[in-house]
Design a protein around this ligand. Sequence first.
Ligand SMILES: NC(=O)c1ccc[n+]([C@@H]2O[C@H](COP(=O)([O-])OP(=O)(O)OC[C@H]3O[C@@H](n4cnc5c(N)ncnc54)[C@H](OP(=O)(O)O)[C@@H]3O)[C@@H](O)[C@H]2O)c1
Length: 268
Amino acid sequence: MEYTLITGASGGIGEALAIKLAEKKHNLILVARNAEKLSRLSKHLQETYGVQATYIAADLTKQDAPFQIFQETQKQNWEVDMLVNNAGIGSGGEFAALNLQSELDLIQLNNASLVAMTHLFMQPMRERKSGTIINVASMAAFAPVPYMATYAASKVFVRSFTEAITEECKPYNILVMLFAPGLTKTNFNEAAGINNEKGVGLSSDYQTAVTQTPEEVADELLKALETKKHFQVSGSRNRIGARLTSLLPNAMIARFMANSYRKKSGLI
Ligand SMILES: NC(=O)c1ccc[n+]([C@@H]2O[C@H](COP(=O)([O-])OP(=O)(O)OC[C@H]3O[C@@H](n4cnc5c(N)ncnc54)[C@H](OP(=O)(O)O)[C@@H]3O)[C@@H](O)[C@H]2O)c1
């Protein structure tokens, strides 16, 4: 039986996506740390949509987690034909003042685990010559973001890595998509300990204008999937923002964001 595996499915964008994919009759494997939430959601999806929905509780900041997840799917004969690497965490504040271990955990989760999951689940897809891999980046993938330095850099990695393997996977009929949400109303900022007001060097009006719900973001992802897109920014305003950002020098954007953050934080 074919399954879609979603990491970070216990809340936010991942949960919204799981619900919408269940509506479309995808069988699901939900991955995150919170077993209780995953159990409740998988039961709800089975009962409401009549799909197979199961879960694996795992902490993807642990180096061996992707291997254990892959082994479990092999053991259970769950054929993963779509992988959504969505789990991610942020961090915000002056880099030197942030907890180093948390920054390294962020890289392990946002990057190393994503690479490992992609590598492991890609092998059977290559053999079958079919499959889909979706990597969730961010608007932060398009420019450096002072006071969110490690997070933004981790998403630049996701972007570059995903754009490269998109081409490598074409001969194997594996669709790879880079999906970049903008600000989304989820638990993301709270989980990262980011103050909503001062979190990013963007004006409050701009933040309000571009912020989407996780359901809107999930809809955009599904629409992009239907048309087999390799790259999609979520939200029309974010799409314009990403275009403009790519036209400006990184140093100029970084300077603007840093000054704006310092003003909002009362540092200058
Ligand atoms: N929200 C935004 O404004 C925004 C903007 C751009 C991009 N994104 C990206 O969108 C993705 C989803 O974020 P979200 O906004 O939906 O955030 P969220 O509401 O905080 O959800 C994050 C998900 O990741 C899981 N997760 C966190 N740490 C984990 C770990 N160590 N191991 C396994 N799973 C873990 C969480 O579940 P557990 O706590 O149960 O583990 C949760 O299911 C992330 O990659 C994020 O970078 C978000």
